[in-house]
Unconditional design. Structure first.
Length: 574
């Protein structure tokens, strides 16, 4: 529920984020409205550039204190990641704009995530390179956020490689190789400083409009120093065989994270280049374990099998980068660059960064990854692994690979591409409503579905809210007992037809009917197990049942039979 006009103005003054003279000038051009129409005033102040959309949203919710943190004035959200939220903020000490990364509220007391966050800051402070986002400072604040870790970095207006691939599908060979070359340049410098990134993936490669690349997220960086406190903490909490992202993890790192070296990053970059060239992840599986096992045992895929237009030598380079044994890979990033340079050329990448950041936040809100009630973050926006299932376009490889080096790549110009960054559907007039509403479905609609959850103790819990968080912490709407449950384990929401569930980046995951999932539609009778110990059942008497493979085969069989009969009837007529 938003505040009244007078309360909004009071919050603006108390926040201290707005120049009073500029505010007075803006108010002179605002027509008198009803006291309850605070959203109209917020839209006017956004249009006058007095407030950002994010600031208006917070102020309309009465959260003016959350717009200041120590000497930082928070202006907007740049992105939502696995460990925290990255804000665009003004640093009064530096008198400049910075990217302020704040550890998620739910990780404030998580020793492992705090260790990873500190490791990222510590590694970043050691790295000064044109292709690495510069880290300015790191610290801990005890402000309105409570005691929480933060780092400040240069604000880089880049689109993540997995986002770019998710929009336009596979990239032209010359652009993909140029991105990989710049990434290799950064990683080569990292290795020279005695570090190993250990989490090279499309999510951690940013590209700006000019085609400039910067590498981010050193939260798993291995500092080649004895008794590194952060590395020890990560290994003791998560285990030596669990550090990395399953879709891009080198076989040796999956067995022992401490065995990773520069050649391990070569493998991760090879997987990343494979995604850029094909729009598909290298290996797939029903669970992270199956994907990791594939990295260990299955031969490296040939990119030409998916994109025949890729040159033979290029495909061979990718396969060598993804060799199972580190000895069979390129020995250094300098060798990788030397191999890729003949195929690489720089091109501008056309996208609207301001719209991109708004889409990131809207997506995070819609999927439950960003709480409207608290600014805590719970999951990566998406991974190329999930995007790849929907990025096969049927595009002409020759048209893409022959893109001229002088003209920018515009997603709207590519055939059959989705256009979320160029469409004007997300207009200035509608964005305020989108950012201020959590769900399109009301609580009343959700309650009228009649769905209930049968809890582990046998009791029934009525699903009367359109969106609810389940976990074992105080932040959860439905609190369950269980040491393996995260404080905010998952979110259930009603889309008007079906109930759905999304994992909030929990430590121990969830299954639906015994199958491990990240997100899933729910049907009558479905069994949801959280953290392998708390099982819930969707008791929904009027809800649809889950379609079975048998029913799909029966339907397909009926179609075949009818088609055969029709063909036979046609022959008889002749």
């Amino acid at each position: 529920m938003t505040v009244a006009v007078s309360e909004l103005l009071n919050s603006i003054h108390r926040s201290g984020i707005v120049d009073r003279e500029a505010l007075s000038t803006a108010l002179e051009t605002f027509p008198e409205v009803d006291e309850t129409d605070s959203e109209s005033l917020a839209k006017h102040l956004i249009a006058q550039k007095i407030l950002t959309r994010y600031q208006a949203r917070e102020l309309l919710q009465g959260r003016f204190r959350r717009l200041q943190m120590e000497h930082f004035t928070i202006r907007d959200i740049l992105g939502v990641g696995g460990m925290g939220t990255v804000f665009r903020a003004h640093d009064s000490q530096r008198d400049q704009e910075v990217a302020l990364k704040v550890l998620s509220e739910r990780f404030k007391h998580d020793a492992g995530m705090r260790a990873r966050f500190r490791l990222e800051g510590r590694a970043g402070l050691r790295l000064d390179h044109p292709h690495i986002v510069q880290t300015y400072d790191m610290g801990v604040t005890d402000d309105v956020f409570g005691e929480v870790d933060y780092t400040t970095m240069e604000p880089f207006p880049g689109i993540a490689l997995h986002e770019l691939v998710g929009i336009i599908g596979k990239l032209p060979v010359n652009i993909a190789c140029d991105i990989a070359c710049q990434t290799a340049d950064a990683l080569g410098f990292v290795h020279q400083q005695g570090l190993v990134h250990r989490d090279v993936k499309p999510d951690n490669v940013l590209i700006d409009n000019a085609g400039m690349v910067k590498v981010i997220d050193f939260g798993l960086a291995l500092l080649n120093e004895a008794a590194c406190e952060e590395e020890f903490s990560l290994a003791m909490i998560f285990g030596h065989d669990c550090l990395g992202t399953p879709d891009y993890i080198p076989p040796e790192q999956a067995n022992d994270s401490l065995s990773a070296d520069a050649r391990s990053d070569v493998y991760g970059l090879g997987c990343t280049l494979f995604v850029a060239l094909t729009g598909k992840r290298p290996f797939s599986g029903a669970s992270p374990k199956q994907i990791i096992d594939a990295h260990k045992s299955e031969p490296a895929p040939n990119a030409q099998d998916l994109v025949p237009g890729i040159p033979d030598e290029m495909a061979a380079i990718v396969q060598r980068m993804m060799a199972k044994s580190p000895r069979d890979r390129f020995a250094s990033m300098a060798e990788v660059q030397q191999a890729l340079i003949p195929f690489a050329s720089r091109q501008p990448i056309k996208f609207d960064f301001e719209k991109l950041t708004r889409i990131r936040m809207q997506t995070a809100i819609r999927t439950g990854r960003l709480s409207m009630r608290r600014m805590s973050t719970v999951a990566r926006l998406s991974s190329a692994a999930r995007l790849s299932s929907s990025t096969t376009r049927g595009t002409d490889p020759d048209r893409l690979t022959q893109a001229p080096t002088t003209s920018p790549v515009d997603p709207s110009d590519l055939p059959n591409s989705r256009k979320p960054m160029t469409q004007e559907a997300v207009s200035a007039s509608s964005e305020a409503e989108q950012l201020l509403s959590n769900m399109a479905v009301s609580d009343a609609q959700a309650a009228s579905s009649g769905a209930m959850l049968r809890l582990p103790d046998g009791s029934l819990y009525q699903l009367s809210k359109a969106s609810l968080v389940i976990g074992r912490g105080q932040e959860a709407d439905l609190t369950l007992d269980g040491m393996r449950l995260s404080s905010r384990h998952c979110r259930m929401f009603f889309d008007g037809t079906l109930w759905q569930i999304v994992d909030l980046d929990s430590k121990n995951g969830m299954t639906v009917n015994g199958e491990r999932v990240i997100d899933s539609k729910l049907y009558r009778g479905d069994r949801i197990t959280l953290g392998d110990e708390a099982t819930l059942k969707l008791d929904w008497s009027h809800g649809p049942r889950r379609p079975t493979k048998w029913s799909r085969w029966c339907l397909w069989g009926l179609v075949v039979i009818l088609a055969t009969l029709a063909a036979l009837w046609g022959l008889d007529l002749l």
